[in-house]
Design a protein around this ligand. Structure first.
Ligand code: SF4
Length: 282
């Protein structure tokens, strides 16, 4: 059995940067608190936790003098609360997420209501909405949503959504709501890093009979990567790590492809590759 790896996979620069900042801080001190998991990958979070980075779910639980905001950013209320509590802020917000936050805030100041194509309960989306004083909503399907803004509306995207899906959404939004809209701005805030991983998975799919997508089940971009890979028609499985590989998947397969989400470290892919080689020999 041959193993083919996508020509681009794993940590994006935003996640790499966030993990590097946390590791640098841990070189200076024994313990640091991160507000939420630094990346949506349980193995990376566990590894950082062993080194001293504790995940807290509320600023009330921070018991050091500093707190880390993750690559997904934080809303204005959280920034204000950190200041009120006198905590040092270590901000690892990805520059691309920061740009989406600033763009959305600027559009609200110019009189637009913001619609984000994305998941309401996703940390990044909640934190973009957290800068908009209630003048933004997250929507996935304009035909199903009941509270669509009217008048001056700006459409943005959760960064991890595919560009094509965002523009399909924008087209549908315009068709469904054309009578209620006065002025529409469409700003592409999708992230090229994730898009390039999706495209690499599609290229790899042309050479393999089975695809394994490695990464946290709570990672939106890894789930999307698995969806994109599955849409090619090649049998695809999203696995958290090598422990989830089922030997039965490999029966009769001559070429298996591996890719990984933007929050998955290279080491996780190496472990999957090693396990596949062992299963192939047994
Ligand atoms: S996927 Fe893109 S937006 Fe998200 S952290 Fe990585 S570089 Fe930043």
């Amino acid at each position: 059995m041959d193993i083919v790896k996508a020509d681009l996979f794993g940590f994006c620069f935003g996640v790499r940067r966030a993990v590097d900042i946390v590791e640098d801080k841990l070189d200076e001190r024994k313990r640091i608190d991160t507000l939420g998991p630094i990346v949506h990958n349980p193995n990376v979070v566990e590894d950082l936790s062993e080194k001293g980075a504790e995940v807290v779910n509320s600023l009330d639980n921070v018991d050091t003098d500093s707190v880390i905001i993750t690559a997904h950013g934080a809303g204005r209320d959280i920034h204000e609360e950190i200041e009120d509590k006198g905590l040092n802020l270590i901000d690892t917000t990805c520059p691309i997420v920061k740009k989406a936050q600033e763009t959305a805030e600027d559009l609200v100041q110019k009189g637009y209501q913001v619609v984000i194509y994305g998941e309401n309960d996703h940390t990044e989306v909640r934190n973009i909405l957290g800068w908009l004083d209630g003048k933004g909503v997250a929507i996935l399907d304009p035909a199903k949503e009941v509270s669509i803004p009217e008048g001056r509306v700006a459409l943005l995207s959760q960064t991890t959504k595919g560009k094509k899906y965002f523009f399909d959404f924008a087209g549908k939004f315009l068709r469904e709501n054309k009578d209620k809209l006065e002025d529409v701005k469409i700003v592409d805030t999708t992230c090229g890093e994730t898009r390039r991983r999706y495209e690499a998975a599609e290229r790899m799919a042309e050479q393999v009979e089975l695809i394994l997508v490695v990464g946290g089940k709570n990672s939106a971009n890894t789930r999307k990567l698995a969806e994109v890979a599955g849409n090619t028609g090649v049998e695809t499985h999203h696995i958290k790590d090598e422990s989830e590989i089922e030997p039965g998947w490999l029966e009769g397969v001559e070429r298996v492809g591996i890719t990984a989400g933007a929050s998955t470290p290279e080491s996780a892919v190496s472990s999957v590759e090693e396990t596949l080689r062992k299963l192939n020999q047994s």
